[in-house]
Design a binder for this molecule. Structure first.
Ligand SMILES: [Zn+2]
Length: 270
């Protein structure tokens, strides 16, 4: 069966998690007396205090709803749906203790990316490292953004950066990068862990190929019908790749642009 190679050269779309608005900071961390007290105690101790009264600030109902809604219940690093989740500190509290309750330093992540992989890792590329300055307290929820102008973090911030530009994948669900920040983020968050790569492949690639095989099998004597059905398949997949509620958006968009066109052509030329 013949096809036109150019037909499936599709455009890619960049994805990043939209930035959380400073106007929507949950009351439990914005102006809450208890949170302010805990923050002051942490600043005084010059270290994040690992006791429940400090951790329970992350379990407030308004914070929970805000993060689940904003991140569509997906981990910001691996893009999987999460049942159990953590409030992850982009800049770790082991060093940046004063950012323990800072809105733009908080990220929604799964325990595997956060506790098993990233932990307290946070390397910067330049020599500048910020230190605590009490003058910054009035701007506490926007400090991560300010610091990114001074320090050059290796880790992508899912709200400030466009990681997708620097990532590539293969059809087995493995992820790669030639970029220093891309490499660091993949390694630090364990984004090539076997279970995750397999899940990416099974959920997205295997499902697409099965549908494609079915179309080719059913329409094998009618090329016009076959092309129409493949167009529909591609359009549906492209639509899903823009749906913020779907898992693995970066992977889906990469496949659409770089891998599926070849697979379609190979299968149709058989
Ligand atoms: Zn994760």
């Amino acid at each position: 069966m013949q096809s036109k190679d150019t037909k499936y050269r599709l455009l890619s779309v960049m994805v990043q998690v939209p930035r959380k608005s400073l106007t929507e900071i949950p009351a439990s961390i914005k102006a809450n007396q208890t949170t302010n007290e805990r923050r002051n105690e942490v600043i005084e101790a010059k270290v994040f205090i690992k006791e429940n009264i400090y951790r329970t600030r992350y379990k407030q109902p308004d914070l929970k709803i805000s993060f689940e809604t904003h991140y569509k219940n997906k981990c910001a690093y691996c893009e999987q749906y999460v049942e159990r989740w953590d409030i992850e500190h982009y800049r770790p509290v082991s060093k940046y203790y004063w950012l323990a309750y800072s809105w733009d330093n908080l990220i929604f992540a799964c325990p595997t990316c956060n506790q098993d992989s990233k932990k307290e890792q946070f390397e910067i590329q330049n020599a500048t490292q910020v230190i605590y300055d009490s003058k910054d307290l009035s701007n506490i929820h926007n400090l991560c953004s300010k610091y990114n102008q001074q320090e050059k973090p290796k880790l992508f911030h899912p709200e400030f950066d466009q990681p997708e530009e620097f990532l590539s994948f293969d059809a087995k669900g493995n992820i790669y990068s030639e970029n220093i920040r891309g490499k660091y983020t993949i390694k630090t968050c364990g984004l090539n862990r076997e279970k995750l790569s397999t899940r990416r492949k099974e959920l997205v690639v295997d499902d697409f190929i099965k549908k494609l095989d079915d179309i080719i099998f059913i329409t094998h004597e009618d090329i016009e019908k076959c092309l129409i059905e493949i167009d529909k398949l591609i359009n549906d997949f492209a639509k899903e790749s823009k749906n913020q509620k779907k898992e693995f958006l970066a992977f889906r968009r990469y496949l659409l642009k770089n891998i599926f066109p070849q697979i379609i052509i190979q299968k149709m030329n058989k």
